[in-house]
Unconditional design. Sequence first.
Length: 260
Amino acid sequence: MMGSHNGNICRLRQNLMMNQITMNFKAKSLLPLILILMHDAVFASNHSAMEQHQDLLLIRSAIEDFVYRNTATLSGQVTVNVDKIDKYLILPKCSELQPFIPPGSRLWGKTSVGVRCNHNDANWTIYVQAEINVMSDVLHVARPVSTGHALTYEDVTLQIVNLTQMPDGIFTSPSQIIGKVATTNLTVGQPVRQHMLRAPYVIQRGQKVSLVVTGRGFSISSEGNALSDAAENQVVQVRNKSGRILSGIARVNAIVEIQP
């Protein structure tokens, strides 16, 4: 009887150990599934929150599209670099982004572009830094030019530069400056600018000119002497034969047009 009792106890212990092993095995088998379910729940929660927040990449894209549309008429190749937006910035999702140019800014060089959202569920405005470059041909001096020299095609050359980094008054085509006269000495490599040139004189100081007065149904002409140099369409003063000083508009062929 004692041997039978001991045998029963051994079998009971074996059964308990097998049950424990089975439970441990099942727990280990279920652990990956539990982790996956927890991950899916967290991901779903985060995804739901993200759907309610504005995608910052869409803001940058809206700014780029806005700048390219509003610089399409510029001469030259336009490139736009929009700064990254702080990734920790959280904004309500907007169904219609509205980029705009802030007061005092312009779409040129380093600038700021605003983006607003004016909807019932979202009302916010942010400003993003951007850099707009415009690459184009600009006229530069090709050889030394002396004061008083009338420019020819050989005097200039085209160089591709960033217009946003150039001074005002530059030229982009030789036809804009050929025949104009240098008002100062020009050195090789410098950009040609408006204040460096003038139109050629059609009347020179001391020159004998024809004074023409034209009215409705009549025209009177006389002679006089120019008191200053003048390019075409500029105002010039002339002394007539009687010594009277008149002002008129300089024309080609030494003509000064006097308004009646």
